[in-house]
Design a protein around this ligand. Structure first.
Ligand SMILES: Nc1ncnc2c1ncn2[C@@H]1O[C@H](COP(=O)(O)OP(=O)(O)OP(=O)(O)O)[C@@H](O)[C@H]1O
Length: 681
């Protein structure tokens, strides 16, 4: 059945020519509106080939093409591309015209790309042996994209003072990566973007002439993409940028709130501003809570996110005491989609253990790191194996043997000398007696006092536990023996190191709470039970990864203030950040936007799993929605939701309660009611 467009949607569909900026709240029917707009333009005579639509990623591009083909009922549809694919088209065209050198495109799914990244990593870190932890490669790739988004060359990286805090190994790896691309005559999509912008600047005719350009998710564009949009726009081109400043969360990839929040209007003259302020995804309580959080940012909130009458009546629950298992048990929705989202990967690892404990099915959104590949889990598993059995026989033939042992060897703080790590790995391939293997490795005359002490620690832990011990107690033994002291010190980036340290804290809390014995823990990690298939698998994702997606049931975890937003700046670019420095206002604003993105993914249910915090309980009882003055245990963002007051107001709305009750509501909630009336939704 055709949907009746809201009047805000109709205004956008009917916009004629001239630049436009559409400010759209989450789930506000952007795609529906844009498809309708293109349909109207084509039906009123615009040549579809003169319309360009730029989507943020490939899946959005494919879904948009599908919807457009259906709407236009024609094979001639406008050009729908991602920035990358458009850049590639321009670069290929320039190659054919022999304006630039021909190079081979290296895509991320190409095996040669993986080989190149690993070779560069090995080179930078002087890494020995064939095994490299996937999360280390992920961190290196992230660093590559950060550099490329800012068009940083390898020599820039080596000399730029803002890179002072970056590990030299990482910069060496990046230089090697750039050199290899050059030497082998290769380019990646990131290189294409940089080259395409430079080509358009010097040879403007390389870009087709478009009468309309529509750019979706404009809050995610970086400077290169913003420049590309400008260079593609001719004097008679109408550019429409669509996005939400409150969902700008990719600053580490070069996106900045000011592109959508000012620069677009500055660079594209006479821009008309439109709003899509009505959400079809979630109900009033969640809308009120989301507004209540995001209004703390310095970006002035001129329009609220308001729920459409057809939106689900979303239920929001808060679980105190980090009761994830309880939240998982009572929040499942039959046949509904569900997700667990977290700021850090560390809390996702904890969620994985909790899901295994409840025998619930799950998978990662992008298939990346799973429990066995996290080095602190390897450390703990090997430590428990040693304390219970004295050796690693149980790992023989296990598919994750290498990953788990690698975690241990890496986190134990051995300070390996050349050749030793490789010798240890080779030795352990055929011998499960870790103590004797390491004894032989360090018995070459060059071993230091430090190595001897570590071996003594190992000896002290071997078979001290026993099957009947609680996993938590074994962990305490390992801690006492100094096993956990080195966690994170070998990290590729500070973000990764912090994440592993947090992972350890999270697992410690979970083991203390769940009281499982060590053999159950080993079973969970090594041979988890088949999960029940009574419900849809829980999707595990970071908040960053959840952007643009939605689920019936969303569970947010890792909501303690010291982890999220955290007291320290995790960003490896920051030179001055120290453990005690307070998080900067800009960073808090970005973290707040991330929380806003996370909470607005839910359709039917939002479950917030928070640590025990008496302050929060008081806050909830008193209907307060201000930020606590002193540092809190639960993340400050949960306080900012004004949960109880929003619950009351949404009750008033759903039950069409009396006017006098409405007048008792806060000014902010009255604003919401006025918008609801104004929008007539
Ligand atoms: N006018 C309308 N009336 C009723 N439902 C609508 C209307 N417009 C859009 N929707 C519904 O709202 C939901 C979200 O729409 P759409 O996918 O177009 O949103 P979006 O803004 O692109 O989403 P996102 O925020 O994830 O980018 C869809 O289920 C769509 O059918």
């Amino acid at each position: 059945m055709a949907k009746r467009l809201t009047w805000e949607q109709k205004h956008i569909v009917n916009h004629d020519t001239g630049h436009a900026l559409v400010k759209a709240v989450p789930g506000s029917g952007k795609t529906t509106t844009l498809v309708k707009r293109v349909e109207r333009l084509v039906k009123s005579g615009t040549d579809p080939r003169s319309i360009l639509i730029l989507m943020y990623n490939k899946s959005a591009q494919e879904s948009f093409i599908g919807k457009l083909t259906m709407a236009l009922q024609s094979n001639v549809i406008p050009e729908v591309r991602t920035f990358h694919s458009l850049a590639l088209k321009i670069v290929c065209h320039a190659e054919r015209l022999q304006v630039i050198k021909k190079k081979k495109l290296l895509t991320p799914d190409n095996f040669d790309y993986e080989k190149l990244v690993k070779a560069a990593y090995r080179n930078g870190f002087e890494h020995e042996g064939s095994y490299i932890n996937s999360s280390e490669i992920e961190e290196f790739e992230l660093f590559i994209s950060r550099c490329k988004a800012a068009a940083v060359t390898s020599s820039d990286a080596a000399t730029d003072p803002t890179f002072k805090a970056i590990k030299r190994e990482l910069i060496r790896a990046y230089s090697y990566y750039c050199e290899q691309l050059e030497e082998k005559n290769l380019r990646t999509f990131d290189d294409c973007l940089i080259e395409a912008v430079s080509l358009l600047r010097h040879f403007p005719s390389l870009g087709n002439h478009f009468s309309h350009i529509i750019v979706d998710e404009y809050q995610d564009v970086n400077l290169i993409q913003h420049d590309m949009t400008r260079l593609l726009s001719k004097s008679d081109t109408s550019v429409m940028a669509v996005g939400d400043i409150n969902q700008c969360i990719y600053e580490w990839r070069g996106a900045r709130p000011d592109f959508i929040g000012g620069l677009f209007e500055k660079h594209f003259y006479n821009t008309r501003v439109f709003q899509l302020s009505c959400t079809f995804r979630f109900g009033h309580q969640l809308s009120l809570m989301a507004n209540s959080v995001i209004r703390r940012n310095s970006t002035k909130l001129t329009r609220l996110c308001v729920s459409h009458h057809s939106a689900p009546k979303t239920e929001v629950r808060i679980y105190v005491d980090n009761c994830l298992s309880k939240a998982l048990k009572d929040s499942q929705i039959e046949n509904g989609t569900q997700a667990i989202l977290s700021r850090t990967k560390a809390s996702l690892a904890e969620a994985e253990v909790a899901l295994r404990l409840c025998s619930l099915p799950y998978r990662y959104l992008n298939g990346s790191t799973s429990l066995q590949h996290r080095s602190e889990i390897g450390m703990l598993t090997v430590g428990i194996l040693l304390s219970v059995y004295g050796d690693l026989q149980l790992l023989e033939k296990h598919p994750n043997k290498e990953a788990l042992i690698n975690g241990f060897l890496r986190e134990m703080g051995f300070r390996w000398q050349k050749g030793q790590l490789k010798a240890a790995r080779n030795g352990l391939a055929h011998n499960s007696d870790l103590y004797s293997v390491l004894g032989r490795v360090f018995d070459d005359g060059s071993s230091s006092q430090h190595h001897k002490e570590l071996l003594e620690k190992l000896a002290s832990i071997c078979k001290t536990g026993g099957k009947e011990m609680l996993a938590f107690d074994v962990l305490m033994l390992l801690k006492k023996a100094g096993f956990m002291d080195g966690i994170g010190t070998e990290g590729v980036t500070r973000t990764g190191s912090n994440d592993r340290r947090r992972g350890m804290v999270r697992i410690e809390e979970l083991l203390e709470l769940s009281k499982i014995d060590s053999s159950t823990f080993l079973q969970l990690i090594l041979y988890p039970e088949e999960a029940s298939n009574d419900c849809e698998p829980f999707i595990l994702s970071t908040l960053h990864g959840s952007k643009g997606l939605e689920w019936d049931n969303v569970v947010l975890v890792g909501l303690n203030d010291e982890e999220y937003p955290g007291g320290i700046n995790d960003d490896g670019y920051s030179v001055t950040a120290s453990k005690n420095s307070p998080i900067k206002d800009d960073n808090i604003e970005e973290e707040r936007r991330l929380f806003y993105v996370g909470m607005t993914r839910a359709k039917q249910q939002l479950n917030l799993v928070v640590p025990h915090d008496d302050g929060l309980i008081r806050w909830l009882e008193n209907c307060w929605d201000s930020t606590p003055k002193k540092s809190s245990i639960a993340t400050r963002f949960v306080y900012e939701t004004g949960y109880t007051a929003c619950n009351v107001t949404s009750h008033v709305i759903y039950n069409s309660e009396e006017k006098n009750q409405k007048s008792e509501l806060s000014k902010f909630h009255q604003w919401y009611l006025r918008d609801l009336q104004r929008l007539k939704v």
